[in-house]
Design a protein around this ligand. Structure first.
Ligand code: NAI
Length: 730
């Protein structure tokens, strides 16, 4: 093996073991070193079989790394441009040709999966005749779709032939499921699970047992008469419901502009109608088409690089030792406090859940009981485990029970006075160095910190509702918050398996501030006379999981009035007067008419009991004008632009410190379309109608929207500066 070899070739007892072990990286990836090394190894294997076929019983593919194989080299892949299309195609085809040669070499080949086999890793294993995985808590699957890609290393073609069109799409390809080995076995992605220390011996034993067995040395699809399970599109039964596939997919995606799932579906269906090698080429073409496009780059930026950066430390101050929470005091056992208690207890933290009465605290604990009981019912948790988790939550109404707590999260009603009084009561009781966190959604952290003895230990830890479903936590640093406190808050967030982003204290923090612009832009369009159905639909088509008027009802219109009132007060204190916008007039009007939102059962929508919500018909009489004609593209882009521009302002003002936090916060906290890779990546990767890509194209379009729809779209100075210099938000 030379320094450029990534595949070790060893023969023992007639069994060839190819061990993938990239000398230059901690994980194996599908780079040029791998491509060339695997090709050389398979060439050598073919030569040796040609020389003396009987001397070789079969092949084991193994890995010397912690993971089996990490898939494609994403850093490299995201640099692809349309000019690279042919080179990329040739490269992909070359990697695949080697695996195809191995698969048809006439000897049984087994994959010994020792750790994570995702994407390209699983695709190598799928080219083997048998797959044995080691016991362990790692993942197996083809998650390409979640990065805007398709499994173009043979994954589409082979899974279609293994499982049939429908099951391949649903169980493996379209949602990119990452499966634990047990689940992968159930689906049929692997054939066996063995104890980790028996992996290689089991793989060799399988080869030994199948030496000379021709059937074991061929893939099902290479045997005569193989049929794709469930049939091909020419089968009348499948042909009858095949046309409904695209419609179903469209329904699933709710019109959001994801390209990868559509390409995956086309590759599966087209590939099912032709021979293996043609199908494989079709798959490569679709892959390359995604690789050279912007969507893959956007999604990979957010879901691989940004998430990775946050997991690796992100905005955590360096040089501070990790410190976990041991005993957590939660003040307020309402909706948020109960949810936080559940997550903390599940992560093994002792929780004291305090409310004004024992009944209220018990009620908060029963929330965990309900969630856990459902999991027991579904067989996802043992009753014993449930009891262990519940036993960690101690409900109380007595401050004395907070003794020994090293971490506090306050979640009482949203009032400065109340929060000050609660902290004054608890501070002398909890540990002298306990972290003091507040889950406030609107109150300035610096103001709240004025009520405690140790403002340096005070910090905002803003969860989202429902706590058990929402992965994001927004950590808010006040004027006096120390680096140690910030590091501890981040450590705690990770301890309970959430994703932390860090923002500096300011009105609405980051998420609520940017979210507010989205909701108000939707209302603004209604004020202009745009049909509300069009507004809501445009949001879906733009890729938003939620719709502005529906979300406005969710947060309640009275809360929006309150937030606006406070912004008005703050502006007045600086001698400025905020104009009353047409949008705020619409909000006022609805509240006046007794329609403050979902909680009240009436807002922009009607909420019939037991039925589905629908837009309030009177909206058409009150607001819609027949002669307004705002182009659909403008409606969609007004929603994404207003959020992206506000995010740039947050960045400019130092509210948000890192691009990764902005991208992840905007997707996970406020539903910015994932397909754009987050609010700042959207700016970086914006593609104009004329095909220009980048910040300059974004700034020009923002200016255009400003001229048409109002100053709020005017590009901020930082945006213009980046556009001028040809820089990105990085
Ligand atoms: P909630 O009304 O459901 O619960 C508040 C709880 O605090 C009640 O159970 C109440 O009895 C208790 N409480 C009041 N005074 C207390 C005291 N002196 N000691 C102990 N407990 C006391 O409210 P929710 O929705 O859970 O909100 C709590 C906090 O979380 C607020 O600051 C809110 O702004 C914030 N928040 C709320 C979100 C939401 O979506 N509801 C999202 C993010 C933050």
């Amino acid at each position: 093996m030379t320094a450029t070899d990534a595949v070790r070739y060893e023969v023992e007892n007639g069994i060839v073991t190819l061990t993938i072990d990239d000398p230059n990286q901690s994980a194996n990836t599908m780079n040029e070193t791998y491509r060339a090394s695997m090709e050389a190894a398979v060439n050598r294997l073919a030569d040796e079989i040609a020389r003396d076929g009987d001397a070789i019983k079969g092949v084991v593919i193994a890995s010397a790394k912690k993971t089996f194989f990490a898939g494609g080299d994403l850093k490299l892949m995201t640099q692809a441009t349309p000019a690279d299309a042919q080179t990329l195609f040739d490269n992909v085809e070359s990697i695949k040709a080697t695996l195809r040669r191995l698969e048809t070499i006439g000897k049984p080949v087994v994959a010994a999966i020792n750790g994570a086999a995702l994407g390209g890793g699983l695709e190598i294993a799928l080219a083997c005749h048998h797959r044995i995985a080691a016991e362990g808590r790692y993942e197996i699957g083809l998650p390409e779709v979640t990065l805007g890609l398709l499994p173009g290393g043979g994954g589409v073609t082979r899974t279609t032939r293994m499982f049939g069109i429908q099951d391949a799409l649903m169980n493996v390809l379209l949602q990119g499921q990452r499966n634990k080995p047990e689940k992968a076995l159930k689906i049929g992605l692997i054939d066996e699970i063995v104890p980790a220390d028996e992996l290689l011996s089991s793989a060799r034993a399988w080869v030994e047992a199948n030496a000379g067995n021709e059937e074991a040395a061929t893939q099902p699809w290479d045997r005569p008469g193989h049929k794709i399970p469930g049939g091909t599109p020419s089968n009348p039964k499948l042909a009858a419901f095949l046309p409904s596939f695209p419609a179903n997919l469209k329904k699933q995606l709710k019109g959001a502009p994801y390209i990868a799932p559509r390409h995956i579906m086309s590759a599966v269906v087209e590939g099912a109608q032709v021979d293996f090698d043609t199908a494989s080429r079709i798959e490569s073409r679709y892959l390359v088409n995604l690789l050279i496009g912007q969507q893959f780059k956007n999604m990979t930026q957010a879901f691989f690089f940004d998430l990775g950066a946050i997991n690796a430390g992100g905005s955590r101050p360096v040089g501070i030792a990790e410190r976990k929470a041991e005993k957590l005091a939660i003040l307020g056992a309402g909706m948020m406090g109960a949810g936080i208690a559940y997550e903390a207890a599940r992560a093994g933290i002792e929780v004291v859940l305090k409310d004004v009465s024992v009944e209220a605290a018990e009620k908060g604990k029963s929330y965990s009981d309900n969630l856990l009981s459902k999991q027991v019912e579904r067989g996802r948790l043992t009753a014993e485990k449930k009891d262990q988790i519940l036993a960690r939550i101690q409900p109380t109404a007595d401050y004395a029970d907070l003794a020994g707590c090293d971490f506090v999260v306050e979640a009482v009603f949203e009032s400065v006075e109340l929060k000050h009084s609660v902290f004054a009561e608890l501070e002398p009781i909890v540990n002298g160095d306990a972290l003091l966190g507040s889950n406030t959604s609107t109150l300035p952290i610096t103001t709240l910190a004025e009520g405690v003895q140790r403002p340096e230990d005070f910090i905002g830890i803003h969860f989202f509702s429902p706590v058990d479903k929402m992965q994001l936590v927004e950590i808010i640093v006040g004027e006096k918050t120390s680096d140690e406190a910030l590091a501890r808050a981040i450590d705690f967030t990770k301890q309970i398996r959430k994703i932390p982003i860090v923002v500096n204290d300011s009105r609405g923090f980051f998420t609520s501030r940017v979210f507010g612009t989205l909701v108000m832009e939707g209302v603004e369009m209604l004020a202009e006379g745009v049909d509300p159905v069009t507004i809501e639909r445009a949001a879906q088509l733009a890729g938003f999981p939620g719709q502005p008027l529906a979300m406005s009802d969710e947060v309640s219109l009275t809360l929006q009035q309150k937030i606006e009132g406070e912004a008005r007060k703050a502006a007045a204190a600086e001698g400025k007067e905020l104009p009353v916008t047409p949008a705020s007039e619409v909000v006022n009007k609805l509240v006046e008419l007794g329609r403050p939102g979902k909680a009240a059962g009436a807002g922009f929508y009607e909420y019939p009991e037991g039925g589905k919500k629908f837009l309030w018909p009177e909206l058409w009489n009150l607001f819609v004008k027949d002669d307004v004609d705002v182009p659909l593209e403008d409606i969609k882009e007004r929603l994404t632009f207003i959020m992206a521009i506000e995010t740039v302002r947050c960045f400019e003002e130092g509210v948000i410190r890192q691009v990764a936090d902005a991208n992840i916060g905007s997707i996970f906290g406020i539903g910015f379309p994932p397909v754009h890779g987050g609010a700042l990546q959207y700016v970086n990767g914006y593609e104009s109608v004329t095909g220009e890509i980048g910040v300059k194209a974004f700034a020009e379009r923002a200016q255009e929207l400003a001229e048409k729809y109002g100053e709020r779209f005017t590009p901020p100075a930082l945006l213009l500066e980046k556009a001028e210099k040809g820089e990105k938000f990085a």
